[in-house]
Design a protein around this ligand. Structure first.
Ligand code: MF3
Ligand code: CO
Length: 249
């Protein structure tokens, strides 16, 4: 677990987060029917190339072959960019991470391709809303379980389900650090939250049941029941007076 102690460290984490957000934004804007998912990876690499001291954290991570994850419709996370062509009505989760001067940013958004069904729109809104709820629950003096409880309560009361087999995580000098930050749980349980902790909150929300399966490529996670899934992620820092979102423009 990285604990941010100095003004310099938080400034670097902010810049890592900002670069992550800029690249994600560029990809989101490019999403349209007819685009191949590989082209989103190319956009990310081109955009990231503007910073000579930043690199894509996913590339080569445990052998992962690309700079981004792009997960379409029933794909939950870890979709590998490739020949797949986006079509009107799809929903696309884009996940991207950066290493900058020894510190990490990690963020994800789900966007629609052209016009999407009211159901898909609702799923994306609820997932995004649940991330906001989770961030608001991540407070100095609170508990890790407060975050999962806030996300789970928000999602389930709206008729969707949260993925259990994948979670948020501590982040800082490494992309994945302790603690695991589940998107479900109970208030006032688990680790006590302290100023200086940095973590990635990332609810993955399914239209149907919460169960998932991994595709034969060994990476791509699908919903077990084939239902749609959405994913939003921010890297945050718990501070004394407030919780700061780092992966913003
Ligand atoms: N953003 C993902 C996460 O938070 C990481 C993608 S896994 C990788 O866990 F292998 F692609 F890097
Ligand atoms: Co993450």
């Amino acid at each position: 677990m990285t604990i941010i102690k100095s003004a310099e460290e938080i400034a670097i984490m902010r810049q890592a987060g900002r670069i992550t957000a800029i690249v994600l934004q560029k990809m989101s804007e490019a999403v349209k029917p007819g685009l191949k998912t590989r082209q989103l990876d190319e956009i990310a690499e081109r955009e990231l190339g503007k910073w000579d001291t930043a690199r894509a954290s996913f590339k080569g991570y445990r052998g992962y072959p690309a700079s981004i994850c792009v997960s379409v419709n029933d794909e939950v996370v870890h979709g590998i960019p490739g020949k797949k062509v986006l079509k009107e009505g799809d929903i696309v989760s884009l996940d991207f991470g950066v290493i900058y001067r020894g510190f990490q940013g990690d963020a994800a958004v789900t966007v629609g391709v052209g016009t999407v069904s009211p159901d898909a729109l609702k799923l994306m809104e609820v997932t995004k809303g649940s991330l906001t709820e989770g961030i608001n629950a991540a407070r100095e003096g609170g508990f890790l379980g407060d975050i999962g409880a806030a996300i789970q309560g928000y999602v389930e009361s709206r008729g969707f389900s949260v993925v259990r087999e994948y979670s948020g995580h501590g982040i800082g000098r490494d992309m994945h650090e302790d603690p695991l930050v589940p998107n479900f749980g109970s208030k006032c349980e688990g680790l006590k939250l302290k100023a200086g902790m940095t973590m990635a909150l990332e609810p993955m929300v399914n239209r149907g049941g919460w169960k998932t399966r991994v595709n034969s490529n060994g990476w791509t996670v699908h919903t077990a029941d084939g239902s749609l899934s959405a994913h939003f992620e921010h890297t945050i820092a718990i501070r004394n007076d407030e919780t700061e979102i780092l992966t913003v423009l």
